[in-house]
Design a protein. Sequence first.
Length: 435
Amino acid sequence: MLAAMSSALSSASSQATAVSRDRGDACPGTLRLHAADDGALARVRIPGGVLGVVQAEALADAARRLGDGDLHLTSRGNVQLRGLRDGCGAELAGLLDAAGLLPSPAHERVRNIVASPLSGLDGRGLRDVRPWLSALDAALCASDGTRELSGRFLFALDDGRGDVTGLGADVTVRAAGDDDALVALGSTDDAWRVAAGEAARAALLAAEAFLGVGRESGERAWRVDELAVPARVLTRAVDRRLSEAGVAHVKERTDTPRADGPPPGLVGDALCVHVPLGRLTGPQWRELTHVAALTRDAELRLTPWRGVVVPVGGLDTTETADALDRLSAAGLVTDAASPWPRVGACIGRPGCGKSHADVRADAAGSLSAAGRSPLPLYWSGCERRCGHPRGERIDLVAVPEGGYRLSVGAPGGPARTTVLTDPSDLATALAAITP
């Protein structure tokens, strides 16, 4: 039931940053490959991170036949295939299409949807968001207008626990009480309350309103927070689209909960593993798909925190314990005390020609010190900081002259920085910039 309350949205988001886009969006996809130093790169959108076993096997087959054999998880729960050989685009598209991973070639780069990965599995969420996920993905692929969205535009579907609300999505849908949903745009804390059954349609209408405002204003913005127009302009456009579509809605200010992603181990009716630096080898992927194939749902859920959730419905206690042991033996993180979930890195050398260091080797070599850090660490090969996650953390950015610049933001003040010339001295450098 819609709440009987309403307040005007703020005139502008305090976090919005206008950005002028004077070129087209070059974000890679399945049909638009990116040339990297280690070969071509494809980014396969996996809405909600949900993969059936057959689809998972198709991705592994593509990586083995056409690429480096590994599957690289992104901070949006998608999969990258790297080291692809020249001229393999048509074959890759054919493999993925046959597995149902390319439902609409015209929309393949805009199917960016993250969803609470434990939804329906641990009893914590207010509702299972899977119906929203299926409806939104179908609506995206059926809309001619959404083909104009950039490959960076992001939808988030939160089951009420607050895990994906902090990922900086352009359109966030969060389950609310009384069988409602809250739909928010960009970084604002304001939202439209709609009936839960209208959530997916409302999210699509909000995205189409963003596109319409961009066209009318002449803005070439890829993300909602990049629009250089007063927030009320976008607000009115969304209101108008919702009303014209017959979607009842009420504007209100929200206090959005914040929660972390799933910890490694057995959580409710799911096995959760973390993938060190997001890189899954062929044997690790086979172990995951083997475990998934034994379960009732026969699916994997890739998370925005570079992890994998396997629903274990249909397995008894002994079978679940055996599956967890197998995944641990394969080199996947199943222990919540591991420091690996607190460490991230871009691809670095040799895969990226712009990187000044082999950041992954340096991150792995200093894992012990990272485990004692008060904040998560992210290693970047250059100032672009590709794949950098949101949230407070310590940044290690490789510099051209060698070594790293460490920095951590100080609440209400300037960032503290220091220099790390040798990764083996990480513990000393961390002590210099953290309380």
